[in-house]
Design a protein around this ligand. Sequence first.
Ligand code: MLT
Length: 213
Amino acid sequence: MTTQLSYIHRFEPGGAPARPPLLLLHGTGGDEEDLLPLGREVAPSASLLSPRGNVLEGAMPRFFRRIGEGRFDEDDVRRRANELADFIGEARRTYRIAAPVALGYSNGANIAAAVLLLRPEALIGAILLRAMAPLADPPKSHLSGVPVLILSGLNDPIVPASSAKELARSLSAAGARVAHETAPAGHGLTQADVMRAKEYYTEEFMRSDGQHQ
Ligand code: MLT
């Protein structure tokens, strides 16, 4: 059940209205198929919306342009974060789903962070795996009480610890309820990340009354 929208994407309807949908955002070189198994594991029976990044670096899809490793084209970050937030609205109307929780890895986590900072109404929360700060000077946004989990790797050669801390700081300053945890891992995901993401989704986003909007 996937309709043509502004991003190439996959949509898997879920069977449980009490579980907010997951917006799955892949890393550099991934595509819309990559995180579906992770999404099914983290939030069984939730709807899954999984777009493919609409920027190409060589043959590798990404969610925004970069100038080099860890050096972002911030005009493009802003433009693409707005495009992605518009896509979320389009998909919500088409598939009749509630506002999603973003589950992003690496470049996908970075665009999710940019959406939180630039278009806070688009998401009800986020799980950011190996994320860094996407904007040097983020706008003053309002994320009062929005739950955000950042999972960093102690030995991550791509994400400087200072950048992950800076992201946690700016999301907290915007009012988000941020949990920033660092595990003995590199840039790749581990089974511990999957288990923690699942636990966090269950604790923060699953309600028995199905009242998520
Ligand atoms: C990015 O470019 O968003 C980050 O450096 C992570 C990556 O995709 O390699």
